[in-house]
Write a protein that binds this ligand. Structure first.
Ligand SMILES: [Cu+2]
Length: 206
């Protein structure tokens, strides 16, 4: 998750970084204020500034921070929505069942091409992944490439992912789906354009 390999995962990692480091800064500030308050001895007749701290620190500051985070989070979430008609996307149909993943490729020259527990993909091209299930609810999660998407019987959920570089990206089923749940890994194998073209052609001639 924290070593993103594509745009979707980068957006998620960025949110994580902003929230983790931002809250760390706020925590340090609060601890410093608390320490200063403990060490300080009020002078006789000094006016209390509790109102400033209550209104400023208790309402205005968290209000501004939470609103900014909300807007930032919503904008990033919108950017992650998939667009099915986008040109150049490689379509992948993922069928989950207890306890394996079956992957089909509607854009492949040979439409019957299927792989088990492995997604063959081109690197640097958007992947339009449609996910469904044939029994219980599963969830497809390839942490280095993006967020999770549920595989629900009778429904098709879509996620748009992309691997920037060729490589092997490990994924799991992220929704408890029975006794075989922990043995339900999936691998996304991203190939450079030349290897990918060769691979899909070879499959087409089988
Ligand atoms: Cu599962």
């Amino acid at each position: 998750m924290l070593q993103p390999g594509g745009p979707d995962a980068r957006a998620i990692a960025m949110i994580w970084n902003v929230m983790a480091w931002g809250s760390a800064l706020i925590l340090i500030g609060m601890l410093a204020l608390g320490a200063a308050a403990c060490r300080r001895t009020p002078r006789p007749g000094e006016r209390s500034r509790a109102g400033v701290f209550l209104l400023g620190g208790g309402l205005a500051f968290p209000g501004v921070v939470l609103l900014a985070l909300l807007i930032y989070g919503l904008r990033t979430g919108d950017a992650r929505i998939a667009f099915p008609d986008e040109q150049g996307a490689w379509r992948v149909d993922v069928h989950a069942r207890q306890w394996q993943w079956e992957v089909r490729y509607p854009d492949a020259p040979h439409p019957g091409w299927t792989t088990q527990n492995e997604i063959i993909a081109p690197a640097g091209r958007p992947l339009h992944i449609s996910v469904t299930s044939h029994d219980v609810i599963h969830s497809l999660w390839i942490p280095q490439l993006g967020g999770k998407i549920d595989a629900i019987p009778g429904r098709i959920n879509v996620i748009r992912l992309m691997a920037d570089e060729p490589g092997r990206y490990r994924g799991v089923c992220a929704e408890f789906c029975g006794v075989g749940h922990s043995r339900m890994p999936i691998l996304l194998h991203a190939h450079d354009p030349a290897t990918f073209a060769k691979l899909t052609q070879e499959v087409g001639h089988e």
